[in-house]
Design a binder for this molecule. Structure first.
Ligand code: GLA
Length: 375
């Protein structure tokens, strides 16, 4: 009977926000906050999992036609993993699983994807199945659509294939991960706005609408992909003019965000490779401006937190993840990290109910992923 333990980290997207679902490269890191699952294979097809309060225990039969349960119930992530595995390997033995996590949920740190990835790895390991990175990437992003978010593949790729000390430049067409060494004296601080980013509620509808607006702009222009748009920068002004005539502000703004964010990813990679922390920081802050004003996925709390980080000496800061609440990531040099941390505590968190430094202010050292090599 197979038993063991698997783990999957959270991710912090450094830059390249709301563009993975258009097939454009993004630049996240994995962080050393993880979901760990101990498991034992069962002799039947039942899936039994428990996690500390408030999550509790869930149990269901693994069948070929799993449907979601009530929106917001964490069992949906277990069901998503089971459906994803079944779509490729068929129904297998069920498991008894015990889940522990030090990754804050609903913070924009991909805790949902980490749970789906970890539970997928758990089901595979319990059945003695060895899957590769490409095989997992073929089922995981699609599998997450089970819970209703039409997300891209950034989170799963970062969670599976990140390397300690490196950011991951993830490309989707074709799928590839380039590990970019982060200069040793740079530091990333993840600061929670204290407003959650619930993926199952209105944020999910708003997220899907942003994706839809970007796709509609592309369709209006008669272009096949954003990669095609990016490859022809000399046409951007003309394309924009055509969108301006359409009276569809949301589409034009999504187009502007997508094309400019893609350029910032390229520049951010160059800044890391040149050790240009100030330049990298500027790109993060520009990304925040575009997410706030064009894509409109920021929130007053996230804007205030970004401003507070900049006022406390961060070289740049932006929301990370889907937005609509959750966390920001700020970049600074390591010697300036304590001042940034203390500055945020006194200027943003001071006296706010529910603030817990260990959960809401996290030093995000670029960490290893779940341990998958990319060919
Ligand atoms: C969520 C999705 C990702 C990505 C980000 C925004 O985290 O899961 O695929 O689209 O939002 O960049």
């Amino acid at each position: 009977m197979l038993a063991g333990e698997v783990q999957a980290p959270g991710r912090v997207n450094l830059i390249g926000e709301h563009i993975d679902y258009h097939g454009l490269p993004v630049l996240p890191i994995a962080m050393d906050r993880r979901i760990r699952i101990r498991f034992r294979a069962r002799g039947d097809r039942r899936i039994c999992a428990s996690s500390a309060a408030p999550f509790g225990r869930r149990e269901f039969a693994w069948t070929g036609d799993l449907q979601p349960v009530a929106a917001g119930d964490w069992e949906n992530y277990l069901r998503a993993a089971a459906s994803a595995v079944a779509s490729r390997w068929g129904l297998c033995a069920g498991v008894d699983a015990w889940i522990a996590a030090d990754l804050p949920p609903a913070a924009g740190l991909a805790s949902s994807s980490a749970l789906i990835v970890a539970f997928t790895l758990c089901l595979l390991a319990a059945n003695g199945i060895h899957a590769g990175f490409e095989e997992l990437m073929a089922i995981l992003p699609e599998g997450e659509h089970f819970v209703g978010t039409r997300g891209g593949g950034m989170d799963h790729a970062a969670i599976l294939a990140s390397r300690a000390g490196c950011a991951s430049l993830i490309e989707f067409a074709p799928l590839a991960v380039r590990h970019i060494v982060v200069p040793g004296d740079w530091a990333f601080l993840v600061a929670h706005s204290l407003e959650t980013a619930e993926e199952s509620g209105s944020a999910r509808t708003a997220y899907n609408a942003r994706r839809q607006a970007g796709a509609a702009a592309l369709a209006r222009l008669g272009m096949a992909s954003y990669r095609e748009v990016i490859a022809a920068p000399q046409r951007h002004a003309e394309l924009l003019a055509r969108l301006a005539g359409s009276n569809e502000d949301a589409e034009r703004d999504a187009f502007l965000h997508t094309t400019s964010e893609s350029a910032r990813v390229t520049e951010a990679v160059a800044a890391i490779e040149a050790g240009d922390a100030a330049g990298f920081g500027r790109l993060l802050t520009e990304s925040q401006g575009s997410l706030r004003d064009r894509l409109r996925v920021s929130s007053p709390a996230l804007d205030r937190l970004v401003d507070a980080a900049l006022a406390c000496g961060a070289l740049g800061a932006r929301l990370t993840g889907a937005g609509f609440g959750g966390a920001v990531v700020a970049v600074t040099r390591k010697p300036d990290l304590p001042a940034l941390r203390h500055g945020l505590i006194s200027s943003y968190y001071d006296g706010r109910a529910g603030f817990c430094e260990a959960d809401h202010l996290i030093d995000a050292l670029p960490a290893a992923g779940a341990g998958f090599e990319v060919r």
